[in-house]
Design a protein around this ligand. Structure first.
Ligand SMILES: [Zn+2]
Length: 574
């Protein structure tokens, strides 16, 4: 009876969405049996994935088709992020997005190239007028690729609502065959935070045993008071071994609903709250993404359909309970996890135990922690460093272990999620102007390697805004970038090649900018940071002399520059 009611709740909202979708009738943008390497809402770096990642057999160049009637409203070419991306606007304010493309359909490609040559930039963003590129559903709009921050060839596909909020494409006509049920990987429980410290500090694992297909039993929990749970899980779809996200998570206590989490729509404003929703500390320590099945302060996520007590449950002494977690995919395949709970007398015992355990484990000397209140800004300084935490920097008030040790700034450990960037300043008035120009603030990774942070200078002070706790330091980069070209050699004829490929690298601070010319004229070189490659397409045909004087200038983020020149010959294009 309870399951029936719950289904009614979910499928009512689904059928509403489905009715809206009918008007638009989105089609598969690859026109083939789709296989997913990523799905909507799954937890990524520091955001929820906004679309579907469609597999392309590890190749690039598959045709991409308009998923519905509409027009091209936005085109973007960028080194990072979506790389080459195309946005279609549809009736009613809906939109679809196609990202990491290798190139666009010919007329669109020509339009972008003209702009790139006019602006003499590879990275451009264009908003064509409504009647410039009108498309019908199924029209060719581009080709799949691996551009921007893409981990391998695929098509990233999104559907957005009139408020530009990404929607689950599976609710809007895109079909994926899926006969596999979700699989839990880790279960955790948390005493409700009583003494103001981060709840993740007290989280503990409960082991899971599979008792039947799609049924798991957790180890029994003896406790009392207000508690919450967290679950790590994945789902796989047919034709792919990728571990993707779960569509729906339902929880109940002795058959009474506590809450539903439904991955139907996530706005970009909401996406950064993933670090609040996820057990951040556990992720940093164990690399497992655990979704907290309760709503804390500063978590406005609309995927959480609150039903009861913010998802927490209250355990009374002497009573016994079964807390149930149901994981469901979009095709309705379901997995159940039961957690037996026995209520005991002393309400605070497990919190005290957990607290004592925490101090043993973390070695935190509570005396020396600096309190960062959530309700006001806080500054802290020691030796040459100053650190500014803005109001609401973390998701809640947080106590940090801050110190400077041998010129290394230690901002606690990367165990609390940062909501607003932390500003680090370094007083560098003891440096010569030459050294100051090459100095930068870096995050120091666990192996001691500096990772460049976007550093600005105001007078003799270095500044960087960072979004994670951890170790930081000041480093110097006086090594200019390297530029290499295998072919053509100096003075060589090079008429048959279609492309010119130059390798550019910078070890420390990274490539900030580059510019290439032949015979003094700008040539468009496409930059792929993943392969360190600049590529020029000779079919751009902007040079009509045989002698080609190539000049490439590359700048790194510390202002070091390298100039490379080569003379080669090429038959004039017909
Ligand atoms: Zn994607």
């Amino acid at each position: 009876m309870f399951v029936g009611l719950l289904s009614l709740f979910c499928f009512q909202s689904l059928s509403l969405e489905a009715q809206t979708a009918k008007q638009f009738d989105f089609d598969d943008p690859l026109k083939e049996q789709l296989r997913l390497s990523g799905n909507f809402g799954e937890l990524r770096g520091s955001h929820f994935h906004a679309g579907l990642d469609l597999k392309t057999n590890l190749t690039i160049g598959k045709p991409v088709y308009a998923a519905a009637d509409g027009y091209v409203s936005r085109l973007k070419v960028a080194h990072f992020g979506y790389g080459k991306a195309l946005y279609l606007s549809h009736e009613g304010g809906y939109a679809s997005v196609y990202a990491h493309l290798d190139r666009f359909a010919e007329d669109i490609q020509n339009y972008i190239k003209n702009t790139q040559y006019k602006k003499e930039r590879f990275q451009v963003e264009l908003f064509p007028s409504k009647d410039k590129f009108v498309v019908k559903k199924g029209d060719l709009i581009g080709y799949t690729g691996n551009t921007g921050s893409s981990g391998g060839p695929h098509l990233h596909f999104e559907i957005r609502d009139p408020q530009s909020r990404p929607l689950n494409p599976l609710d809007y006509g895109i079909e994926i065959s899926d006969a596999k049920s979700p699989i839990p990987t880790v279960l955790r429980w948390y005493p409700h935070n009583k003494n103001g410290r981060n709840v993740e500090t007290y989280g503990q694992n409960l082991s899971l045993t599979q008792i039947r297909p799609n049924e798991f039993l957790a180890e029994s929990l003896t406790t009392s008071g207000r508690i919450g749970f967290g679950i790590g899980a994945y789902d796989q779809q047919d034709g792919s071994s990728n571990k993707n996200g779960v569509y729906l998570i339902k929880t109940s206590l002795n058959g009474a609903l506590t809450q539903d989490i439904l991955f139907d729509r996530i706005s970009f404003d909401e996406s950064k709250f993933m670090n609040r929703y996820m057990d951040y500390r556990h992720y940093r320590e164990r690399k497992q993404r655990v979704q907290k099945l309760f709503r804390e302060t500063n978590n406005p996520l609309g995927i959480i359909k609150i039903l009861e007590s913010d998802g927490y449950v209250s355990i009374e002494p002497g009573a016994s309970y079964v807390y149930r977690i149901e994981l469901m995919d979009h095709s309705g395949n379901q997995t159940t996890i039961d957690v037996p709970i026995v209520g005991i007398e002393s309400e605070d015992s497990q919190i005290i135990q957990a607290s004592a355990k925490l101090q043993d484990q973390s070695g935190d000397d509570l005396e020396r922690l600096t309190e960062i209140p959530n309700s006001s800004a806080t500054s802290w300084s020691e030796s040459r460093y100053s650190v500014f935490f803005s109001k609401g920097c973390f998701y809640e008030s947080t106590a940090l272990d801050l110190s400077v040790d041998s010129e290394i700034l230690r901002l606690d450990r990367d165990r609390f999620a940062v909501y607003k960037p932390i500003k680090i300043s370094y007083r560098a008035d003891h440096l010569s102007p030459e050294d100051l120009a090459k100095a930068y603030i870096a995050r120091i990774d666990p192996y001691g390697k500096p990772i460049y942070q976007n550093t600005s200078r105001s007078g003799t002070t270095l500044e960087a805004s960072v979004s994670a706790l951890g170790n930081y330091g000041v480093f110097f980069d006086d090594v200019p970038p390297t530029i290499s070209l295998r072919q053509p050699a100096e003075g060589q004829w090079y008429s048959k090649a279609k492309k010119l490929k130059v390798t550019i690298k910078d070890k420390e601070t990274g490539i900030a900018d580059y510019r290439a010319t032949i015979n003094g004229r700008f040539i468009l070189m496409e930059y792929d940071y993943k392969t360190n490659r600049l590529t020029y397409d000779f079919s751009d045909a902007i040079i009509d002399e045989a002698a080609h004087n190539l000049k490439v200038v590359v700048l790194d983020n510390a202002g070091n520059s390298t100039t490379f020149e080569r003379l080669f010959y090429r038959k004039a294009d017909d």
